[in-house]
Design a binder for this molecule. Structure first.
Ligand SMILES: [Fe+2]
Ligand SMILES: [Fe+2]
Length: 333
């Protein structure tokens, strides 16, 4: 896409200059529309409509926040994991999530927002992240249920994002999805081992699945009728499937996998609708979803407080890295 940066036009330009600037914007918009129609990619240097940039910035930064807040419920279990092998695996998974956050903050930065500002918004409680991470991880089996259900839902959501029209986002998603597959398998394997263990272990696995099932279905966002921005995101080739389509696909995957585990999903209304060719499930409690999103979930305050604390504790690292970078620059000059 050969485009120029014509996002802002100084007010003092002559009428002729304004007219040619307007022409440039029209040409850039036509170019953008062509890229959308061809389903090719927009790169950071390209002109893009302001609404597209803002939508992406919101989505990618929220996604980045979810990755790093999502480290908390699991990091909390590293020291209590039942064996050295389990500790090592869980630690690797939590580190992967930190990496996902970094790729995504970098992708968001290409849209003109600094990482400092994104982090400030998060710790001030102004930015959103996935509601799922405001639920507590109560037992070791929760590490299995989170990996299997939460990372599983993340994969369903994120695989189509590998084809997102914004280049840096789509490319970040490719690696993220590979790692998420590992996360889901390790969760499944924890549950499988517990489900084949003592009756108490099997009950613990079932209890974890019972608690994480509905919140994981809500990860796909509100029902299509209540998701006004989805249509535009689909027109911009950011989103490829609606919230309900992805949720239905996820239920279809889980309903088969749970049989291998020898466990059940806490929903007796799951069935495949032959006419609509989709999986159906019992209604979800969207009031609970809105409450958690509004900051009134079981762990919202705790998650933000922990993030603030980690940010403060890491101040010396940021200062040292900046001082080192400045020194390198000085030496290179
Ligand atoms: Fe992740
Ligand atoms: Fe993950």
């Amino acid at each position: 896409m050969a485009m120029q940066n014509v996002q802002s036009v100084p007010a003092e330009l002559s009428p002729e200059a304004l007219e040619s600037a307007a022409q440039l914007v029209a040409e850039a918009q036509a170019d953008f529309d062509r890229v959308m129609a061809e389903d090719s990619r927009v790169e950071p240097r390209d002109w893009m409509p302001e609404a597209y940039r803002k939508t992406l910035l919101r989505q990618i930064s929220q996604h980045a926040h979810s990755e790093i807040i999502g480290m908390q419920p699991e990091a909390n279990w590293i020291s209590r994991a039942p064996s050295l092998k389990r500790k090592a695996i869980l630690m690797a998974k939590v580190q992967d999530e930190a990496g996902h956050g970094l790729y995504l903050y970098s992708a968001a930065e290409t849209l003109g927002q600094t990482r400092d500002k994104m982090m400030a918004d998060l710790i001030a409680g102004k930015a959103r992240y996935s509601s799922i991470f405001n639920y507590p991880a109560l037992t070791w089996a929760d590490m299995g249920a989170i990996g299997w259900l939460v990372d599983g839902a993340a994969i369903c959501n994120q695989v189509p994002l590998c084809r997102a029209s914004y280049g840096p986002y789509g490319r970040a998603m490719v690696r993220v999805c590979k790692e998420e597959s590992f996360h889901q398998r390790q969760g499944f394997e924890i549950l499988l081992e517990l489900a084949n263990g003592t009756p108490e272990q099997k009950a613990m696995a079932q209890d974890a699945v019972d608690r994480w099932y509905a919140p994981s279905l809500m990860m796909f966002g509100p029902p299509d009728d209540d998701s006004p921005n989805s249509k535009q995101s689909m027109a911009w080739n950011i989103k490829r499937f609606s919230n309900d389509e992805l949720r239905s696909r996820f239920v279809g995957m889980m309903v088969e996998q749970v049989k291998v585990l020898g466990l059940t999903l806490p929903d007796d209304q799951i069935r495949f609708n032959e006419d609509a060719k989709k999986w159906e499930h019992s209604p979800l409690d969207w009031n609970e979803f809105q409450e958690v999103l509004a900051g009134r979930g079981p762990c919202n305050a705790q998650r933000l407080e922990r993030r603030r604390q980690a940010h403060d504790d890491g101040a010396w690292v940021r200062e040292a890295a900046s001082a080192y970078a400045a020194k390198q620059k000085e030496q290179a000059a």
